[in-house]
Design a protein. Structure first.
Length: 81
């Protein structure tokens, strides 16, 4: 892991699709759920345990030479386009 001044330059992030857990469904109508579940390229919504490895990677030494990157955990959906 980088130390000192270089550490402050490691700025990365994760851009997931909506994570499908019970809290997500509180404010979502049945029609919205049906539409959203048919959207991803993989044909299913992302599960909470599928996003964790992206964060683990970013805090590990394996990402020590990465900066300014966004990991898109989105089932193949284009983020900007």
């Amino acid at each position: 892991m980088p130390k000192g001044e270089n550490f402050s330059r490691l700025v990365n992030g994760v851009a997931p699709e909506p994570i499908w857990d019970t809290a997500y469904f509180i404010d979502v109508s049945g029609e919205e759920v049906e539409t959203l579940s048919s959207d991803p390229t993989l044909g299913r919504p992302e599960q909470p345990d599928e996003i964790g490895p992206s964060y683990v990677f970013l805090v590990s030494g394996n990402s020590s030479y990465m900066t300014g990157q966004i990991l898109q955990s989105n089932g193949g959906t284009a983020v900007n386009g």
